[in-house]
Ligand binder design. Structure first.
Ligand code: F6P
Ligand code: MG
Length: 436
């Protein structure tokens, strides 16, 4: 019998593969964009704060350039020396690595999850030590542009939501079909991230996202939607649903629409949103992005969009929508840790999630953390890959942008490979998987 190897964390140590290319090309390209954005700030800071402002900004640019060079030349990662609350945890991870491996982690040899997350944490560290840029989100303009450019799709989806709400969904089969539509729209919204594209514009340019669902269906490799629906239909009296958010822009809008559908049809009584504490993987939602998105929609010229946004504002007030923005709760999402460590590392967050009826994890990076970023055989069950992480029933809505996936049959894999040898890393294929 063939002996199966123990899965190990992905790393960038093998030249030519996707992970290696990410660290060699994509991450440096993202840093170049950050540097360009800061260059544009030099003039403004000089104008507003004189020479001190200019020098502060130049120092940030210098440190970001050094970071880029260190990544490209596979230098060791370093301990952090900032005053952010999670600094000691990152330094603990560094020391743990050194004590196991007897050498410092380097950009291409450390586990990929650790190295890639460290890059974004290091950007934050550099900015946090600046006088004038400490609250600056270097990715903010890219995120705003992605939302603006998705507006036709956003409006179209709002019309679809209105249409559905004027129809009759008293029949459970009809409700299930619409549930599937909104869940799938939120799933495919995950195509629109700015990390895989290396920071290049990647908005929703299909103007009628719900009409495109049948076209996308063949690319959905595993779909537990019916199971999720059945679970939500059981005992609906008090049903808190949590969405662990991924990207800002069109994806966030699809998540909000999905949440609205859950509340409107009493599949949830409250939806709680989990953003990232800091700018992360270019387009991930911060509390600021969340609030600004609703604010932006509140001022749109279209009535139906403004109405929807004011309903969401009201929901935030009456707490049927709850946004977690306290750092003491959200910090775990921007650590390099797989989720199976949550109970030990962030018991407070784990306790909060235990009260949930369903946890919905959006996107690729959350999936990588759910399955520890290990190179599991594809036919490993999703539950096994969670390695005991189970605060509440959970599911993942993910388009595939990293070379790992579980819960597939050999046939699924063969047919995807036949169609596209890059099937795991382009965001073209997707899975909806659940622990139930
Ligand atoms: O390199 C591609 C990548 O940066 C992955 O590392 C990461 O998992 C993904 O893009 C981000 O995707 P998402 O926004 O879906 O988490
Ligand atoms: Mg993301």
């Amino acid at each position: 019998m063939e002996q199966q190897q123990q899965p190990v964390p992905l790393s960038a140590s093998e030249p030519g593969n996707f992970v290696y290319d990410t660290m060699k090309d994509r991450v440096p390209r993202i840093l170049t964009k950050c540097i360009d954005v800061c260059h544009k700030k030099v003039y403004i800071l000089h104008k507003d704060f004189g020479e001190e402002g200019r020098l502060d900004c130049q120092s940030v640019i210098g440190q970001l350039s050094q970071l880029r060079t260190e990544i490209m030349t596979n230098k060791p990662l370093t301990v952090l020396d900032d005053k952010l609350a999670d600094c000691y945890i990152w330094n603990n991870r560094f020391n743990e690595y050194v004590s196991i491996h007897k050498s410092s982690p380097s950009w291409f040899d450390a586990p990929w999850l650790y190295a890639e997350c460290f890059c974004y944490r290091k950007i934050m560290s550099i900015l946090s030590k600046s006088k004038y840029l400490q609250n600056f989100d270097v990715f903010s303009d890219q995120k705003k542009l992605a939302l603006t450019q998705s507006l036709p799709a956003v409006k179209n989806l709002t019309e679809f939501l209105n249409e559905v709400s004027h129809g009759n969904l008293s029949d459970s089969e009809m409700l299930k079909l619409r549930f599937q539509d909104f869940l799938h729209i939120s799933l495919w919204g995950n195509k629109c991230d700015l990390s895989l594209s290396g920071g290049e514009e990647n908005s929703q340019n299909n103007k009628e996202p719900h009409k495109n669902l049948t076209v996308l269906e063949p690319f959905l490799l595993h779909d537990s939607t019916n199971r999720i629906f059945a679970h939500l239909q059981e005992n609906t009296s008090k049903a808190v649903v949590d969405i662990i958010l991924d990207n800002s822009g069109f994806e966030l809008f699809t998540d909000l629409v999905f949440a609205e559908f859950l509340l409107a049809y009493k599949l949830a009584t409250q939806v709680r949103f989990h953003p990232k504490t800091m700018p992360w993987f270019v387009s991930d939602v911060t509390p600021n992005d969340f609030r600004e998105t609703i604010n932006f929609l509140l001022h749109d010229e279209s009535d139906i969009l403004r109405n929807l946004a004011s309903k969401w504002k009201q929901r935030l007030e009456d707490k049927s929508f709850l946004l977690f923005s306290e750092e003491s709760i959200t910090y775990f999402w921007t650590l390099p840790d797989p989720f199976c460590f949550m109970k030990t590392v962030s018991p407070t967050l784990h306790n909060i999630l235990e009260n949930s009826k369903l946890l919905i994890f959006k996107g690729d990076l959350n999936y990588r953390k759910l399955v520890s970023d290990w190179n599991w055989p594809h036919d490993t069950s999703f539950c096994k890959a969670l390695r005991g992480f189970s605060p509440a029933p959970l599911c993942s809505l993910r388009t595939l942008k990293a070379p790992l996936v579980v819960g597939l049959t050999d046939e699924d894999v063969q047919s995807a490979v036949k169609k596209n040898c890059d099937w795991m890393v382009t965001g073209k294929y997707a899975v909806v998987q659940s622990s139930m």
